[in-house]
Design a protein around this ligand. Structure first.
Ligand SMILES: Nc1ncnc2c1ncn2[C@@H]1O[C@H](COP(=O)(O)OP(=O)(O)OP(=O)(O)O)[C@@H](O)[C@H]1O
Ligand SMILES: [Mg+2]
Length: 249
């Protein structure tokens, strides 16, 4: 395989995940570099055949990143989707550089309702989910997703923060009212009784390369490790593997 110049975009260059990517690239004989996406300047050219550009402002002087010398980018975008998505689009579509993720993929994954819509379009089952601009008919909405308990989930959110369990009508009403009053886009979802367990699977191309069974800590329905849950290795059935691959696509 030829040596590739790989640009890893990461706001935390010293994090374990970034280091793993960097070391894996070195082991395979590639030439990785890390840049902080928050230090970049994206330029859209004015002329029809002009070149769009990326500049890096990490040092004292800003300098042009030579796009021709970059073969691939690995975006590690988190928490900063509003700037991260245009950065990935600039590299990938404006400059034509291969990216391990697409701008639209990152945007969809960062929006839980868009994720559910895309899964549904692709014929992949998800829990019944309702999204509304201003939910007024609470009893009707609860009926539509099945019954209580139900889950309320902020459209943007990660690490289990923003996922709430609603046990009665009063609680559902007051919780949704508070969220909508504060302009927090929220969806209402049927509760899946999984004994606080879920499975995280990592798909690479057409293969599930790793899977973990996560169990939430005592007294919490959320399985997130970041909320105190624990993970253990699990071997998936062939049907589950196929589901993961289809969902990742
Ligand atoms: N409909 C549901 N019924 C029961 N438990 C749920 C439901 N949705 C989520 N959970 C639990 O809450 C946890 C967190 O939910 P979810 O994965 O949707 O949000 P997140 O982890 O904050 O976001 P992301 O996975 O996008 O980073 C899940 O791992 C699961 O254990
Ligand atoms: Mg999650």
């Amino acid at each position: 395989m030829p040596q590739l110049n790989i640009l890893i975009l990461s706001t935390s260059p010293k994090s374990e995940a970034t280091k793993l990517f960097f070391d894996a690239a070195i082991r395979r004989g590639h030439n990785p570099m890390i840049k902080d996406p928050n230090s970049l300047y994206l330029l859209v050219s004015e002329s029809e055949s002009g070149y769009d550009r990326v500049y890096t402002g990490e040092g004292e002087y800003a300098e042009r990143l030579k796009a021709k010398e970059i073969d691939a980018i690995i975006p590690r975008i988190h928490g900063g989707v509003n700037f991260g998505v245009p950065i990935v689009r600039h590299f990938n579509q404006n400059l034509g550089i291969f990216s391990t993720q697409t701008a639209s993929g990152i945007r969809a994954a960062s929006n839980k309702f868009e994720t559910h819509q895309k899964l549904s379009i692709a014929g992949i089952r998800t829990p019944k989910t309702i999204f509304a601009k201003s939910p007024k008919h609470i009893k009707f909405l609860i009926e539509k997703i099945g019954n209580l308990p139900a889950i309320a989930k902020t459209v943007k959110g990660s690490l289990g923060l923003g996922v709430m369990i609603l046990k009665d009508v009063e609680q559902t009403n007051s919780t949704l009212e508070a969220l909508y009053h504060n302009q927090v886009e929220t969806l209402l979802q049927s509760f899946v009784d999984s004994k606080a367990q879920d499975i995280r699977a990592i798909v690479c191309g057409d293969t599930v390369i790793a899977a973990m069974l996560r169990t939430g800590k005592k007294g919490d329905f959320r399985a997130n490790v970041s909320r105190g849950g624990t993970g253990s290795k699990i071997e998936l059935s062939e049907a589950d593997k196929q589901l993961c691959i289809k969902a990742a696509k």
